[in-house]
Design a protein around this ligand. Structure first.
Ligand code: SF4
Length: 338
């Protein structure tokens, strides 16, 4: 289901745009029908009011939890969610009141270090299915305040659905726009659309290397923009939106952790409006990469910070559930417990 379908159905029942907004707000903020500053009961057209219980039940049925793995911190959890057609996506409750949602089943980019990319793109996740992941997360953590689009899929390849979800979450969901994070490998259409968007999310750019040829090997079907072009486009968006860019770097032992790369990072990112998130690779059978030692990763982050590039090494809190997007789905597909 798409958010636009939902709006059309409400309109067909006699709802005006204000009614629609209130109904959607109750859904996204997980409010009972008679709760909130402006309760719905007694305020909506009769036909809309009568239809709401079954409509909300239908929205609840968009996702079903197939399995869940709780992190050691009591908050984080990685969930495998079943969609109506039997496909699955992963949603991760993050430490510090965030959720990471999936925008596609599978992914066409095919990053060599990612299980999600192994089978290519299977289907898009609809805008209502994206928002439903947030609603489900909010039920588990009512303090939820951040939504990152870093789960399965490349958001730029499902742009309309992702931007519809971001608009709804930003307008009716109670999230600060800066707390919605669009993560991409970099795509000109996405940069253009974000610049035009009413609700401007923060941007995370998956860089992973400063070498264009190496990037083409690691991210074989990402648009052929050079690291310099990507950083220029991201930096322009950061300055237009007022939010710093989160440059993402999956640290692969012996691949993108050498001195040449560190010099390249300083050359590319020093003075830019952003920070570098370094995430040591989560070793996974079936993928030909290794995780560098934590000491090595810490030394790299320290060197970059000392040379003027603010670098954050993702701490281990929740890493047991965060790392290796696509692994639960891959395990289930192999007939092993997810
Ligand atoms: Fe797709 Fe992201 Fe995995 Fe790359 S890392 S294959 S863009 S899901």
């Amino acid at each position: 289901m798409l958010i636009s379908d939902l709006r059309q159905r409400l309109r067909a029942l006699g709802a005006n745009p204000t009614h629609e907004s209130r109904v959607l707000r109750h859904w996204v903020q997980n409010l009972p029908l008679d709760a909130g500053k402006q309760p719905l009961q007694g305020w909506l057209p009769r036909a809309v009011m009568d239809a709401l219980p079954s409509l909300f039940a239908e929205l609840d049925g968009l996702l079903a939890v197939r399995s869940g793995h709780a992190g050691g911190d009591g908050v984080s959890a990685r969930l495998l969610l079943g969609l109506h057609d039997g496909q699955t996506v992963e949603t991760v409750l993050l430490p510090r009141d965030g959720v990471c949602v999936s925008s596609q089943v599978g992914c066409a980019v095919g990053c060599r270090f990612c299980m999600t990319g192994v089978d290519g793109l299977i289907r898009q996740v609809g805008s209502a299915e994206i928002v439903a992941q947030v609603v489900l997360a909010r039920r588990r953590n009512p303090r939820l305040k951040k939504v990152v689009f870093m789960g399965m899929g490349e958001p730029a390849h499902n742009l309309a659905n992702v931007l519809d979800a971001i608009t709804l979450l930003g307008r009716e969901g109670g999230f600060g726009h800066k707390q919605l994070v669009f993560s991409t490998v970099g795509d000109e259409r996405a940069f253009a659309a974000l610049n035009e968007a009413d609700v401007k999310p923060a941007l995370a750019l998956s860089l992973h290397t400063t070498d264009a040829d190496k990037r083409a090997e690691l991210l074989p079907r990402a648009p052929r923009l050079t690291p310099e072009e990507l950083v220029d486009a991201a930096d322009a968006y950061a300055r237009a939106s007022g939010y710093p860019i989160q440059y993402q770097w999956t640290l692969l032992d012996g691949v993108n952790d050498g001195q040449e790369e560190l010099d390249g990072i300083v050359r590319l990112l020093k003075g830019r409006y952003g920070l570098l998130n370094m995430i040591p690779f989560n070793s996974n059978e079936g993928l030909p990469f290794q995780r560098p030692s934590w000491e090595r990763a810490r030394a790299i982050a320290a060197e970059l910070s000392a040379r003027g590039v603010l670098t954050k090494l993702r701490d281990s809190a929740g890493q047991d559930v965060e790392g290796g997007c696509g692994q639960l789905r891959a395990r289930e597909a192999k007939g092993r417990p997810a």
